[in-house]
Design a protein around this ligand. Structure first.
Ligand code: 5GP
Length: 183
């Protein structure tokens, strides 16, 4: 375990099994169709890569980057930093997100993507932290429900660090206060 973590919440093996199960469900639900996975950068990176490998359908991949977080806290205001490259009109879209917390990011995503007239839009999140929900968004695919703890690893960061950890863990208070940077 990384020395900045207090505990490991989900091991690499648990993540692998959970992501494969999601891929199998998506493959069955959309059988015979082409799905468009829309990843929300940067948190989706490792999850999207593993999920896509578990989906046995023709699959398109595109990305958006949104901003609403600063450190551990959501600012509540969502802005698009990077938009989709391709049209999603008449496509079966699945939004691939690392974690749904307040739900404000996904509420914004759904509203925004629906204006582009896709055939369908669903949400697939690796983690769900339901205790802090402010916007009730319909989540079709959830990997794991987790308690109200700030987690890092497997794509999730704290000030840009820890995304490469192959498991998900809870940061120690010392690491939060230490506030590491690139130096
Ligand atoms: P929401 O809009 O649902 O409050 O937040 C969604 C975004 O907040 C996620 O995509 C993620 O970037 C960030 N976030 C929420 N909870 C956590 C957490 O426990 N750890 C990390 N690293 N990011 C989180």
């Amino acid at each position: 375990m990384h020395k900045d973590l207090r505990e490991v919440l989900l091991t690499a093996e648990q993540l692998d099994a959970g992501v494969k199960a999601l891929g199998a469900r998506i493959s069955a639900d959309y059988a015979g169709r082409t799905v468009t996975l829309v990843g929300v950068l940067k948190g989706c990176l490792l999850f999207m890569s593993d999920l896509a490998k578990s989906v046995t359908l023709d699959t398109r991949m595109d990305f958006m980057m949104l901003s609403s977080y600063s450190g551990q806290h959501s600012t509540g205001v969502v802005r698009i930093l990077l938009d989709l490259k391709e049209s999603i009109e008449d496509c079966d879209v699945i939004v691939v997100e690392d974690i749904v917390d307040s739900g404000l990011t996904m509420e914004y995503m759904l509203q925004n993507l629906k204006t582009r007239r896709p055939r369908s839009v669903e949400i697939c999140t690796l983690l769900d932290k339901p205790s802090r929900r402010r916007a009730q968004v319909p989540i079709k695919y959830t990997g794991f429900q987790i308690p109200d703890k700030f987690v890092v690893g497997y794509g999730l960061d704290y000030n840009g660090i820890y995304r490469n950890l192959p498991y998900i863990g809870v940061l120690s208070e010392a690491a939060i206060e230490g506030n590491k940077t690139c130096r």
